[in-house]
Design a protein around this ligand. Structure first.
Ligand SMILES: [Cu+2]
Length: 151
């Protein structure tokens, strides 16, 4: 069994047992950092970059920055439901029940940031967007494409 399969097997067992995924992002499991802006300094209701491609089975540290003067509610329910959330930090404190939080939406205040460490598993196109009603209606989201390519 190769390392990714072992990891996945351990994580799936953990999920079946109702335990949090026993994933640790460290030197043995490199993460790729991705920086995403929710809003702009002049308060445009955009997410930048608007399109991202992630490789299934890799771990990403998705850093969401809010440079605007409005609060935004970062949510990716379908993406969170089809992958493994390793960790979620709002500022520095850890968020309890991170998968639930990213599904329901997590409020990021002006100038604040959050970090979502996540392994996408299932191929598809997913929305990562703002759950604030008016922002949602205004189309404030990015599309995340999860691919499973042999590298
Ligand atoms: Cu918003």
């Amino acid at each position: 069994m190769n390392t990714p399969s072992k990891f996945l097997a351990a994580a799936v067992c953990g999920l079946l047992l109702g335990l949090p995924a026993a994933a640790q992002a460290d030197d043995n499991w490199p993460t790729t950092d991705i920086f995403i802006h929710f809003g702009t300094q002049d308060n445009k209701l955009t997410v930048s970059p608007p399109e991202l491609t992630l490789q299934a089975g890799e771990i990403y540290r998705i850093v969401v920055i809010n440079p605007s003067t409005k609060s935004h509610v970062v949510a990716a329910p379908e993406l969170a439901a089809t992958g493994l959330t390793v960790d979620l930090l709002k500022g520095t404190p850890k968020v309890d029940y991170p998968t639930a939080a990213i599904s329901a939406g997590i409020s990021v205040r002006p100038g604040q940031m959050m970090e979502w460490t996540f392994m996408p598993i299932q191929e598809g196109r997913y929305k990562l967007g703002c759950n604030q009603l008016f922002h949602k209606v205004a189309g404030m989201h990015a599309m995340i494409e999860v691919v499973d390519e042999v590298l």
